[in-house]
Design a protein around this ligand. Structure first.
Ligand SMILES: [Zn+2]
Ligand SMILES: [Zn+2]
Length: 355
């Protein structure tokens, strides 16, 4: 009989955005998730729009993460509403930020310090809602308490920033290096700030003027529109002896820009192909370039618990200015029109969705 008795909490409903397909997002009422052992229920205070969400919205699904109808959105912060049995270190009322995934901590990759490649990586979606359930693997490794002075909107940037910090660390950029950065969307702008803080020089490329202006404001030394000039030549002209950039970071995720990256690099340089291309994309490799010029080609995917913490610390200490990337604030009901606006590149970077 017990399961037939409805308690107050079982009947609770919440508003959440549900993606039904291509450009079809609806705000619906649904039950507040119920939590079990080791889980935490978070009342969302801010969610941020992200390029991944835009892609998902435009195509109606995400190959790895979202099969519609589904809740979506993955950059969020909020307040602990409820904690499950056995949860240590969290209590209702605490301000928190969560990553969008949690590694198991035990598999081959986790033991090799590559938690971003964890075989059991568990993702969450549903940031565009009033509540979200945080599963045990995330509670244990990627749910962090917000220090005073970090507000919900800037905190929600921890996840994408962690990916960027990890990529910069892995690329090996140092003071005085010249970095060509292809793509100055929100992720590209995080690269600009992070690379500049190392004392390196940034040549930023993007086809949108407002994004180039933002890159300039965030410290890019040179900005170029690759559709108006020969980008490769321009980048080379800005380097010593026209040798090419010491590092190239591709933050777009297109075949053309991956190929462009290969042409801008100097001998012995390193390219980080950060932007993921549509699955199945193939690009030719210039064997002469790879071999005789000793080009290193690498890529960075996702984040680790260490970088999630580093990102929160960078925001908290003021080394990273998250607020400069948030260009608007809207309620949950406006999500559809916000996504449309972002797809039309009308000058916004990231929008905070406040449920
Ligand atoms: Zn994101
Ligand atoms: Zn693992």
């Amino acid at each position: 009989m017990k399961e037939l008795i409805k308690t107050g909490s079982e009947k609770r409903t919440m508003a959440a955005a549900v993606l039904y397909g291509k450009s079809d997002v609806r705000i619906e009422q649904m039950p507040v998730p119920r939590i079990g052992k080791g889980e935490v229920l978070v009342r969302i205070k801010a969610a941020l729009t992200c390029g991944t969400d835009l892609k998902t919205y435009r195509q109606g699904f995400h190959a790895r993460m979202i099969t519609p109808p589904s809740v979506f959105g993955h950059e969020l912060s909020g307040v602990v509403e409820e904690v499950g049995e056995g949860v240590d270190g969290f209590a209702p009322g605490m301000r928190v930020v969560t990553a969008n995934s949690g590694p198991c901590g035990e598999c081959f990759f986790c033991r090799k310090n590559r938690a971003n490649l964890c075989e059991n990586l568990q993702f969450i979606n549903g940031a565009y809602a009033e509540f979200i359930k945080i599963p045990e693997s995330i509670v244990r490794r990627n749910l962090l308490i917000l220090p005073d002075g970090v507000d919900f909107e800037e905190a929600a940037m921890v996840e994408p920033l962690a990916c960027v910090l990890r990529a910069v660390e892995q690329t090996g950029i140092e003071k005085g290096d010249t970095v060509a950065l292809i793509g100055t969307g929100p992720i590209g702008l995080m690269f600009v700030q992070t690379i500049k803080s190392l004392g390196a020089r940034v040549i930023a490329l993007d086809k949108e003027t407002y994004r180039l202006n933002a890159a300039k404001l965030m410290g890019a030394d040179h900005v170029l529109d690759p559709t108006r000039l020969n980008a490769v030549e321009q980048v080379r002209n800005l380097t010593d002896g026209n040798r090419g950039a010491d590092f190239v970071i591709e933050a777009v995720g297109l075949k053309e820009t991956w190929q462009q990256a290969m042409k801008m690099i100097r001998r012995g340089g390193t390219i980080n192909l950060f932007g993921g291309c549509p699955s199945g994309t193939q690009i030719p490799l210039d064997s002469t370039l790879i071999h005789y010029s000793e080009i290193t080609v690498r890529a960075s995917f996702h984040h680790t618990p260490k970088h999630i913490r580093a990102a929160l610390d960078a925001i908290h200490s003021g080394r990273f200015n998250a607020k400069s990337l948030i260009t608007g604030r809207e309620n949950l009901a406006s999500l559809g029109s916000v996504l449309e606006r972002l797809l039309n590149s009308t000058g916004d970077l990231k929008i905070a969705i406040i449920p």
